[in-house]
Design a binder for this molecule. Structure first.
Ligand code: SF4
Ligand code: SF4
Length: 77
């Protein structure tokens, strides 16, 4: 599994300005069945650590602040 070097290279993007992980939120990390969302040591916010995704959407749907954006590939739409 390739390690994601740049946040823009992965399909799930977290808006750091909206993410409230510093207040203890772990919703997206907890709901992801593939366990690919992590807490960044650098920013303290959630991010996609591995470019592996089922596009099942609970991370985006359940985030209390709307910080998660899942970019579904064109071919899957
Ligand atoms: S669910 Fe939203 S607010 Fe909570 S950690 Fe994930 S991105 Fe941040
Ligand atoms: S869409 Fe599903 S698999 Fe992809 S990051 Fe969100 S919860 Fe995980």
């Amino acid at each position: 599994m390739p390690f994601a070097q740049s946040p823009s290279a992965v399909p799930v993007i977290v808006d750091d300005a909206k993410c409230i992980a510093e207040k203890g939120c772990r919703v997206c990390i907890d709901v992801c069945p593939l366990d690919v969302l992590r807490l960044s040591d650098l920013t303290g916010k959630a991010y996609m650590a591995y470019d592996e995704c089922w596009y099942c959407m609970p991370c985006e749907a359940d985030c209390p602040t709307g910080a998660v954006k899942v970019n579904i590939p064109y071919l899957l739409k």
